[in-house]
Design a protein around this ligand. Structure first.
Ligand code: SF4
Ligand code: SF4
Length: 391
């Protein structure tokens, strides 16, 4: 027999994470009927609102549905009482990220904007100061970035940042998996216990990672039908996709750059022709990232559309870190190709590396964490969907 625990403080606690005041909701179900992504395998948002209202914390945290929602805002437009179910879903996702993180850092970053800004500034400043403590000379004839900050130092700090990020992310993923698997009643045997189970698992993983997370299929096809129609360049799914693809492209370009240096084809950070794979991918990915992030920022400032009516400090922290990483990357490229060695190029490099490291270090504790939790939620959704179709 399973025991259902009721958390009487759940609703109050949720409100600390954003505009989750759905007290006007009278459970009419219009939002669920309107949501283009709600179906037999995942019915939301009404059910999740009920969980919050009656204190079913484990059910809320174990809801794969949180991650199937893309915050398109349609449900809020049709809600007869303006309870804003779309914003409730976004708030519940922040709450879930903080609950999966045992350190408490995510909770601080989501609920205490001033302290979050101080932490973000201190972490970047510490990383920059640490790297600067080992700095070398600033050449004046050509920009020798890795004599200024030794590449080995950046390499090892990068590894340390990745290890912390991976461990924190893994802990969160394990906690989320436990919660969702319990609610979905999925055991290890259902996932790996037989050949058909393994086939279903692989198929669900493909759907979650390749088709939905990278290909944005349902976001594009089901959520992308704006009314009135937006021009393609402003569609939310495209802006979101360009941001993801741009970020991943920059990661690939960075790894390639290190690979070329390891193969002794070129020194890291030195100018290379535009057709070099790492440069080509980096430039295209940088443009893609900058376009996506800038469009999100403009939409949030202008509050265009239902999904941009409410912006939290956590939304801005992620956008600002991404934007600074992209913009400083382009400025370094410009400095590398300018005649002589502009002194600001060295400082831009130090700033860029510190911000990029911070972005990765804080990934599991910020809104960026949805990049790891959403594919897992979509995995459980794809499994449930396959089950509905075969039942
Ligand atoms: S949030 Fe609005 S649309 Fe959804 S069930 Fe409540 S009142 Fe109805
Ligand atoms: S915001 Fe969009 S995807 Fe999310 S629950 Fe509402 S209608 Fe569905």
């Amino acid at each position: 027999m399973t025991t259902t625990l009721v958390d009487l403080d759940l609703f109050t606690d949720l409100r600390r994470f954003g505009a989750a005041d759905v007290s006007a909701c009278f459970t009419c179900g219009t939002c669920t009927a309107t949501c283009p992504l709600s179906d037999d395998a995942a019915a939301f948002p009404r059910q999740l609102i009920r969980y919050a209202e009656v204190g079913l914390k484990d059910d809320l945290l174990g809801s794969k549905e949180l991650w199937v929602c893309y915050h398109c805002g349609l449900c809020s437009e049709t809600c007869p009482t303006q309870a804003d179910p779309a914003e409730f879903m976004a708030t519940a996702r922040r709450y879930a990220v903080a609950s999966y993180d045992p350190s408490g850092l995510a909770r601080i970053l989501f609920t205490r904007p001033v302290l979050a800004s101080v932490i973000a500034t201190v972490v970047a400043a510490f990383l920059a100061a640490f790297m600067y403590s080992a700095h070398g000379p600033q050449e004046s004839s050509s920009l020798d970035l890795f004599r200024f900050i030794p590449d080995q130092l950046i390499h090892w700090i990068g590894i340390a940042v990745m290890v912390v990020m991976a461990l924190a992310g893994l802990v969160g993923l394990v906690r989320m998996t436990g919660q969702v698997a319990r609610r979905e009643q999925v055991g290890l045997r259902d996932v790996f216990g037989s050949r058909p189970a393994l086939r279903r698992t692989l198929s669900a993983a493909w759907s979650a990672i390749a088709v939905e997370s990278l290909g944005q299929r349902r976001y594009r096809a089901d959520c992308g039908a704006d009314d009135p129609p937006e021009p393609l360049y402003r569609r939310r799914w495209l802006v979101h996709a360009l941001t993801i693809w741009g970020f991943l492209g920059l990661l690939v370009a960075t790894v390639l750059d290190w690979g070329l240096a390891l193969l002794r084809i070129k020194e890291t950070g030195t100018p290379i022709p535009v057709w070099y794979p790492s440069r080509l991918i980096g430039t295209i990915a940088g443009i893609s990232l900058m376009y996506g992030v800038t469009m999100f920022m403009v939409a949030r400032v202008r509050r265009t559309g239902t999904s941009y009516q409410v912006s939290t400090a956590a939304d801005w922290l992620l956008l600002v870190l991404l934007w600074l990483t992209g913009a400083t990357g382009f400025l370094i490229e410009a400095a590398l190709y300018l005649p002589a060695a502009p002194g600001w190029g060295y400082w831009m490099f130090l700033f860029h590396v510190a911000v990029a490291m911070e972005l990765m270090l804080l990934l599991p504790f910020t809104k960026f964490a949805h990049a790891i939790y959403r594919p897992l939620g979509l995995f459980f959704y794809a499994r449930a969907k396959a089950h509905v179709h075969t039942a």
